[in-house]
Design a protein around this ligand. Structure first.
Ligand code: ADP
Ligand code: ZN
Ligand code: MG
Length: 475
């Protein structure tokens, strides 16, 4: 069996979340009654004229800029001709010869390595409608027709299914950071086709197969893994991989032939005569910075350095912009970053999952979270009590200091009082005491636990330990 090199390029469509459609003023809202958000323009009636939505082109340029593309000084639109029942004009307005962004890149972290994936281009186009198959008939809903899509095309720089899945995740959080798309693949606001080929090492690209119908990043990974294996088996036999479009069948976990691949000239692209070319002016370019923000991976890097976070913590915290903001706000309020990160990724996460709420919208405001961590850092409360206080914040919607006072939860550090508790526990556990006196230190931990229990979890465990050591003259 030969070893092959693999090449994977993705074509990703993201639905830009503009208020109205890309070439008319119809609403873009999802889930409305069928065919209520339509007009003669998006229904493709003759004699109508498209007009470019400024918000759509702005968001498109902003994503292209975030992907480090060269921004077109002048881009234009073409008609891509094909017949499909959910495309009433019989052509799609898209960009072909002069897309709005070219030659960019995005980085991904895969197996502790950063890898740069080149972006070939980004172009703006209109979405088609939806066909709903109902028994022996098909129904058409044109509400989605004309929704702005930004198509992002990568170069074939990916090699594995895992990498493709990670890239989609990275792109998802990027468009969410920019606030231009919710990145939801299950609902179709982000869609992906995967192009896959293999070849003998050193021989360049192979003959590519395009896989469609991938409505989750997990399916993208699985389809690529399956396709790489299928192509390897073909080449192993000395046969040739057919250049075609295949569909992922999620019930059979395999790709299946759909059609032989069409090529660009089949679409008879020609310049859209009803739309002028678009040239961004200074003002437009400056307005992109209102959308752009520190990107997720940059934020991950900065936070892990600035706060000494582990890679996993930094990834977790950088996942959502408001989540990262919440973390940084808490730290700014004076709480120790290491502790904030540990609690945020651990106990706090458990509680908000249970409560089914995002932490930054929960009863644990950044202020309250910072107070909790500060109480812990100062030794006012123990870690065990801090967990209790955390629950209480959610149950009673009060500040941590207030709760600690009200319930008398301050950590017990008074040696005399703790000594009293120790004596009481020793008196009640004569067997364990005798065992230790005979030189077997095993029951020490048990006794310390009993003292903590007696104190209602409030005794400072370090002091309990010290007193026990003293009592048994263990040093
Ligand atoms: P087409 O002319 O078929 O549209 P493009 O050059 O526009 O092809 O590329 C479409 C996608 O296919 C891109 O994501 C690109 O990276 C990927 N691609 C192109 N050639 C190959 C190949 N030989 N193997 C794998 N992917 C490829
Ligand atoms: Zn319309
Ligand atoms: Mg192409």
């Amino acid at each position: 069996m030969s070893t092959y090199k693999s090449f994977i390029g993705l074509e990703i469509h993201i639905q830009l979340n503009t208020k109205s459609k890309v070439f008319c003023s119809c609403k873009t809202s999802f889930g409305d009654e069928a065919n209520t958000n339509v007009c003669p323009v998006c229904m493709g009636y003759p004699g109508t004229l498209p007009a470019l939505n400024q918000e759509a082109i702005r968001k498109g340029y902003a994503v292209a800029k975030a992907l480090h593309c060269n921004l077109a000084e002048r881009c234009h639109f073409e008609r891509k001709n094909y017949f499909y029942p959910d495309l009433p004009k019989n052509y799609q307005i898209s960009q072909f010869a002069a897309p709005l962004g070219t030659e960019g890149w995005i980085e991904i972290d895969y197996q502790n390595q950063r890898k740069r994936i080149r972006i070939k281009e980004c172009h703006l186009e209109e979405d088609a409608g939806k066909m709903i198959h109902a028994g022996d008939m098909s129904l058409l809903d044109y509400n989605r027709t004309g929704t702005p899509l930004l198509e992002i095309v990568t170069e074939p720089d990916l090699e594995f299914g895992d990498e493709a899945e990670i890239l989609l995740h990275e792109l998802r959080r990027l468009v969410r950071y920019l606030g231009v798309c919710d990145g939801n693949m299950e609902e179709g606001s982000m869609r992906c086709d995967a192009n896959v080929s293999i070849n003998l090492a050193g021989q360049g690209l192979g003959r590519k197969v395009e896989v469609k119908n991938l409505n989750s990043s997990r399916f993208v990974r699985k389809a690529i893994v399956h396709e790489l294996e299928r192509q390897a088996q073909i080449l192993d036999k000395g046969a040739i991989v057919l250049q075609e479009t295949r569909l992922w069948n999620e019930n059979r976990d395999q790709t299946e032939t759909m059609r032989s691949k069409e090529s660009a000239h089949d679409y008879r692209y020609f310049t859209e005569p009803d739309l002028p070319p678009f040239s961004p002016d200074k003002e437009f370019l400056a307005s992109l910075d209102k959308i752009l923000t520190e990107l997720p991976l940059d934020r991950k890097d900065r936070m892990s350095k600035a706060y000494g976070l582990s890679a996993a913590q930094a990834d977790f915290i950088a996942e959502e912009r408001p989540f990262a903001d919440y973390f940084e706000q808490t730290v700014k309020l004076g709480a120790d970053a290491t502790n904030v990160a540990a609690w945020l990724c651990g106990d706090v996460q458990k509680v908000v999952n249970r409560e089914n709420v995002a932490v930054y919208e929960s009863k644990l405001s950044a202020n309250r979270f910072a107070s909790l961590i500060k109480l812990l850092d100062k030794g006012t409360i123990s870690g065990k009590i801090a967990k209790q206080v955390l629950d209480l914040v959610f149950d009673e919607d009060k500040d941590p200091e207030v709760l600690v006072k009200e319930k008398g939860l301050e950590q017990l550090t008074d040696r005399k009082t703790i000594r009293g508790l120790v004596d009481q526990v020793l008196a009640n556990n004569s067997k364990a005491v005798a065992q230790i006196r005979e030189g077997d230190q095993k029951p020490l931990g048990f006794l310390a636990g009993q003292v903590l229990k007696e104190s209602g979890g409030k005794a400072d465990p370090r002091i309990v330990q010290e007193i026990l050591t003293e009592v048994f003259s263990l040093k």
